[in-house]
Design a protein around this ligand. Structure first.
Ligand SMILES: [Zn+2]
Length: 401
């Protein structure tokens, strides 16, 4: 253990064991029962028996849309139920009066890191109005924060693909510029042509060898039909494990038999589902889908933007929300809610070296809680966040090395 950089002592693991964690070159080099292998001359950091968990996975956020840290933007009610077109127009008005996107993105990013997210997937708008300008700014923000958080970016057609001429080409170019995945948006209700929308999305994915993450808000049989179409494309291209459907509200409609059947299709197609357990909308049945073998993970989605005024970037709070709305009460159920914002997110995002085992990245968070189920209900403050074995935030305040 001579090459270790830091020995973190007295870390309580989820199973209750108190361990020491040796970190070398940003990775976990050894885990041993507390006090058994303390070498001389190695810097130590006593975690004091705090619960230590892997860094949270923020699986779905929009770094370019938040007004967090900017002037408050009052919301206005939807005039005719949830309407994506209407909200996109309202968002454009708000952007005109907002701080520069890179400032807003940094504010939001630092909020998330302060709460313990060390891995993130952000959607970034690419459309006819902003072109690739927003992506350029967010790529720079990612670069500036690369030592404290890993970020995947999805080229997101917020104004549709067919409805916004030139977007197909822009999405392709976005991948060439550094976006990691290609996004999509309600192929039926927004673009009015499921086949053509998916032709573009999966065409770029195949050409560029990247994954897909599609926003799908459509409910009912229409939403189920789209899920099945996405699943068919995924299997046809051998993209199992590389496709995410975000929201998939249709799975939350009351028909359990449909959710079970579609859950089987999703599991077979290796498609993961992202949920943020939003407000009063139906959302996918977490336990049922997990039982069917589906990877279901969490994200904040919009934070204090034109879509809703809520959100604080705390994925432990999100686990609480997902558990609450799912009716989870037992320790096993609360642990599922926690898994949704940690290991399941890591699986969906195909993260390398995630966890607290030897060889994993030393990305972890300390929590003032007895165990994981208590952490999910208590959402304790006073956390310390470590990235690559270095302290990056404490009590929500960031440290930059
Ligand atoms: Zn979203």
């Amino acid at each position: 253990m001579n090459s270790i950089d830091t020995l973190f002592t007295n870390a309580k693991f989820a199973d209750g064991a108190i361990n020491d964690i040796a970190v070398a070159h940003g990775r976990i080099a050894a885990v041993s029962p507390a006090g058994t292998q303390i070498p001389a001359g190695v810097p130590t950091c006593d975690l004091g028996g705090a619960l230590v968990v892997p860094g949270f996975v923020e699986g779905h956020i929009h770094l370019d849309t938040s007004f967090y840290g900017d002037a408050w933007k009052p919301h206005k009610p939807y005039t005719n139920g949830f309407n994506v077109h209407e909200r996109v127009a309202f968002q454009a008005q708000n952007f005109a009066e907002a701080a520069p996107v890179e400032v807003r993105a940094r504010n939001q990013l630092e909020l998330c890191i302060g709460h313990g997210s060390t891995q993130m997937r952000s959607h970034v708008t690419v459309d006819g109005s902003v072109g690739l300008k927003t992506l350029e700014k967010i790529l720079a923000v990612r670069e500036a924060h690369k030592n404290i958080i890993d970020i995947q970016l999805v080229a997101f057609p917020q104004s549709g693909i067919l409805q916004s001429p030139g977007t197909a080409e822009l999405l392709d170019e976005a991948i060439a510029m550094g976006a990691d995945l290609v996004g999509g948006l309600d192929p039926a209700s927004f673009d009015r042509d499921v086949e053509k929308h998916l032709d573009v999305v999966f065409g770029i994915a195949e050409k560029r060898g990247v994954g897909v993450d599609i926003h799908l808000h459509d409910n009912g049989t229409l939403g189920v039909f789209e899920i099945e179409q996405i699943a068919a494309r995924t299997r046809a291209l051998g993209m199992e494990g590389h496709v995410v459907i975000s929201h998939a509200y249709a799975l939350g409609d009351d028909a359990t038999d449909i959710a079970k059947r579609v859950g089987g299709v999703l599991a077979e197609s290796g498609i993961a589902i992202m949920t943020n357990a939003p407000g009063r909308r139906p959302f996918p049945p977490v336990a049922l889908l997990r039982e069917a073998g589906v990877t279901l993970f969490g994200g904040s989605d919009n934070i204090r933007d034109s879509w809703w005024p809520y959100g604080d970037g705390d994925m432990l709070g999100r686990a609480n929300m997902i558990g609450y709305r799912s009716g989870f009460n037992t320790d096993d159920e609360l642990s599922i809610a926690f898994d949704v914002v940690t290991a399941a997110g890591a699986k969906a995002l195909r993260l390398e070296g995630y966890g607290l085992a030897v060889g994993d990245k030393a990305d972890f968070v300390t929590l003032n809680a007895q165990h994981v189920p208590e952490a999910v209900v208590a959402i304790p403050r006073g956390r310390s966040v470590y990235k690559n074995g270095k302290l990056v935030a404490r009590d929500g305040k960031l440290f930059r090395s």
